[in-house]
Write a protein that binds this ligand. Sequence first.
Ligand SMILES: [Zn+2]
Length: 154
Amino acid sequence: MELHVIKKGIRKQLTKNFNSSEFECKCSRCKEVKIDMDHVRKLQKLRDDLGAPISINSGYRCPAHNAEVGGADNSQHKYGTATDIVVKGMSPDEVADACESFSGLGRYDSFTHVDSRSGKARWDKRSKKEYLPPEPTEDDINVILEDLEDELLR
Ligand SMILES: [Zn+2]
């Protein structure tokens, strides 16, 4: 953890491909952005490995904004250690597969969450509705019960 606190709007270059404005909270009230440089260096390594631009959908969130967007109370976004990313030319699933070296990794339908927490965390919030078998209806269950009854009476 190497926490930097930088004023919003000054666009300070952090690594070859990332500057501080990309990590800013999206609200209009807070004045500073918290950024963990260890996390930014990991993002830069990912960018170098993939050879493709990384867009940051959400970086630092001040506590008020984090609550507004329904973020978890202990969200890593509040500490400047998390980013929701999209990589040009890659699906969120492919991006997630390339992010196993991050201690925190969350899979979503349209982006990938990576963070540099001290422990390890993995989660999957994709809807995946198309992969789920349909729930049996009451009619289906009645048919199954009738079949069972037939079998027992035989
Ligand atoms: Zn804010």
